[in-house]
Design a protein around this ligand. Structure first.
Ligand code: PGA
Length: 241
């Protein structure tokens, strides 16, 4: 399985930033048998990102969220078919910021993931425990419960990815130890049975720690927030594979 290097721009960027980012990134990445690269930009920039990145290279473009409904009276929402229509290839669902700031439940995440798959794209289903939950030693149970509800029943695992992102490691500079990552990934694969999908790690991945993280055998990719905003850093993470 090729390592997936996925960027999440969150609420950042502009057309100008995107254009110069694309030209800088494209100079620094080459197609590889070992890795694939993609970037999730805010909705208004997906089409432009696809024009700048997707057509010419290996860089896939995705969304950070979606609506589970296909169409109709859902003011302010964006459907998975619309994302696909402007050349989106994947959608991040259930990011911890969506769960904590916008009240997204695992059940909603599952509906969104189903819709992403139905539109022919790949959902990246995010799960992660809080610092408190880890201190209490219940992190495995938390992830088990999140995955049980967030992954659609009878899903073909090859059509989805799971990103393990401990909440305490997101945007904090506190990266999980390789042992923490191994423990959780092995639990997700062996105990919960997710052996057929890509299993990512996310949380303060930077150029200087990417190589170590990506060398953990269970890690089939990384989800990168802050460091994906700089083309040089993001390219360095891709080139660390
Ligand atoms: P970070 O974000 O790399 O800035 O920690 C990761 C994420 O939110 O996916």
């Amino acid at each position: 399985m090729k390592k997936q290097i996925i960027g999440n721009w969150k609420l950042n960027g502009s057309s100008e930033v995107l254009k110069s980012y694309a030209s800088s990134l494209l100079k620094q990445v080459e197609p590889s048998d070992e890795a694939e690269i993609g970037v999730a930009v805010p909705f208004p920039y997906i089409g432009l990102a696809a024009q700048c990145l997707f057509d010419k290279t290996i860089v896939k473009v995705g969304a950070q969220n979606c609506c589970a409904q296909e169409s109709g009276a859902f003011t302010g929402e964006v459907s998975t078919d619309m994302i696909r229509d402007v050349a989106g290839a994947f959608v991040i669902v259930g990011h911890s910021e969506r769960r904590s700031l916008y009240g997204e439940t695992s059940m909603t995440v599952s509906e969104k993931a189903s819709s992403v798959i139905a539109s022919g794209m790949v959902p990246i289903i995010c799960v992660g425990e809080s610092e408190e939950e880890r201190e209490q030693g219940i992190h495995l149970d938390v992830i088990k419960a999140q995955l049980k509800e967030s992954v659609p029943a009878d899903v073909d695992q090859e059509k989805m990815m799971i990103a393990y992102e401990p909440v305490w490691a997101i945007g904090t500079g506190k990266v999980a130890s390789l042992d923490d990552i191994k423990e959780m990934h092995n639990f997700i694969k062996e105990d919960l049975g997710f052996k057929g999908c890509a299993l990512l790690y996310g949380g303060s991945v930077k150029p200087d720690n990417a190589k170590d993280i990506l060398s953990v055998p269970s890690v089939t990719g990384v989800l990168v927030g802050g460091a994906s905003l700089k083309a040089d850093d993001f390219a360095a993470i891709y080139n660390a594979v």
